[in-house]
Design a protein around this ligand. Structure first.
Ligand SMILES: CC(C)(COP(=O)(O)OP(=O)(O)OC[C@H]1O[C@@H](n2cnc3c(N)ncnc32)[C@H](O)[C@@H]1OP(=O)(O)O)[C@@H](O)C(=O)NCCC(=O)NCCS
Length: 193
């Protein structure tokens, strides 16, 4: 059974990253709050700012939402052993459902960035959202977050500067097509959610 078919049973999948390091990806569980708090508090200021739009402390309510994405939502975490061999959450990815669209975000612990976790988590979110019948995924990415914008472009997301906030880019991906499309969604697509 994989993440696609597990429902909320909590079954995990093993991924190999880098040079043979095994990590576990699974849906969140109710007791993940503490480990997610540790992930968030351990982020560099830049990573925290890119993900949560603050370089300061992220409030509990937002951390709790990483584990509980609400009805129809999906929250995934990646677990890996730390230097002492104790399991820690090293990445978090989720979407919450608004209408027929998933609002997504991803964060990878600084020490684990650049090893493919972000890309694989985004791919999983796309698969799960597509399988759930959602019409699309959308997100807000800081305009200076060139890496995330480049990754998303590779997945076929369209991006445009948010007309109401020039610090943000709105990224959108229409689901349901066999292959990712680089086409911009039609005007008003999201307003029909
Ligand atoms: C953006 C983020 C999720 C990407 O996850 P990641 O695991 O680091 O990304 P991947 O390892 O899958 O790499 C994706 C690409 O970024 C590139 N990359 C990785 N680290 C990089 C670095 N330090 N500088 C520049 N490019 C980098 C990789 O080379 C890769 O590109 P390639 O496959 O063409 O070589 C992660 O860096 C992160 O959590 N950043 C802080 C929070 C954030 O920006 N979240 C997104 C807000 S929605």
């Amino acid at each position: 059974m994989d993440l696609q078919s597990e429902g909320r049973s909590g079954v995990a999948e093993s991924w190999t990253v880098g040079r043979g390091v095994q990590v576990t990806v699974r849906r969140t569980r109710p007791h993940d709050g503490g480990a997610l708090r540790a992930l968030v508090d351990g982020l560099s200021r830049e990573s925290r700012y890119f993900r949560f739009l603050t370089g300061g402390r992220v409030v509990d309510e937002i951390v709790q939402r990483l584990a509980a994405p609400g009805p129809g939502g999906v929250a995934l975490v990646v677990e890996a052993p730390d230097e002492e061999g104790v399991s820690a959450i090293v990445a978090s990815a989720e979407y919450v459902v608004s209408g027929q669209v998933g609002e997504f975000a991803v964060v990878v612990a600084d020490g684990w960035q650049g090893r493919g976790l972000g890309r694989r988590l985004i791919a999983r979110l796309c698969e799960l959202a597509r399988a759930a019948g959602l019409r699309g995924l959308r997100g807000d990415v800081l305009s200076e977050n060139r890496r995330m914008l480049a990754i998303l472009r590779g997945f076929g997301f369209a991006s445009r500067r948010n007309p109401e906030d020039s610090y943000l880019h709105e990224v959108t991906l229409a689901l349901g097509q066999p292959a990712p499309s680089t086409q911009r969604l039609p005007a008003g697509w999201f307003s029909t959610r």
